[in-house]
Design a binder for this molecule. Structure first.
Ligand code: S3P
Length: 175
């Protein structure tokens, strides 16, 4: 295993869980969106605004390919990274892919004050979340393991991931 990859919808806790998980596993944490922002010297919203989503996806794909070649990493991806099958193949080559999920009402609550998620800037955010979740469900389902974070603390989620990794590498899980 060269790494652990966190995928899932916006507001499911990928970044905050990823940071804690990396500490626990003594691995390095990489946030794909963070790296994109660092490299481009601007925010994700600004990239969407100025260059459009297709450009963002192109940059995201390059960064995912690069990060996937790394070692000793916990990687948090942006919510749409799994829409590209090549991204999924690259990310899965690192090790286990964990899908963090949450109920739509929880996602709405967690993202309600956020103005840094261009895809949620619509008249009816609740509707947009439901539509995107429905469209993306088959893509998130490609992960090795899913954790519903709706009622869990960050520590709980980290504990569950660590148990899952232990079990799978002890050969006690089919995952
Ligand atoms: C996106 C999710 C965002 C970011 C971009 C697009 C998506 O990341 O990559 O706004 O398509 O779901 P987070 O999931 O970290 O918010």
């Amino acid at each position: 295993m060269r790494g652990v990859v966190l995928v899932g919808f916006m507001g499911t806790g990928k970044t905050v869980v990823g940071k804690k998980l990396a500490e626990r596993l003594q691995m390095k944490f990489i946030d794909v969106d963070g790296l994109i922002e660092e490299r481009s010297g601007t925010s994700i919203s600004e990239i969407f605004d100025r260059f459009g989503e297709p450009h963002f996806r192109k940059v995201e794909k390059e960064v995912v390919a690069e990060v996937s070649a790394g070692d000793g990493l916990v990687v948090a991806t942006g919510g749409g990274a799994v829409l590209d099958p090549e991204n999924v193949t690259n990310l899965k080559s690192m090790g286990k892919m964990i899908h963090l999920s949450a109920r739509p009402d929880v996602i709405l609550e967690r993202t309600k004050d956020a103005d840094d998620r261009p895809l949620l800037e619509t008249a009816d955010r609740r509707k947009q979340i439901a539509a995107l979740l429905a469209k993306r469900a088959p893509f998130y389902a490609r992960a090795d393991y899913e954790i519903d974070t709706s009622e869990l603390s960050v520590e709980d989620v980290v504990d569950e991931i660590v148990s899952y990794l232990k079990e799978s590498f002890d050969g006690r899980s089919v995952g």
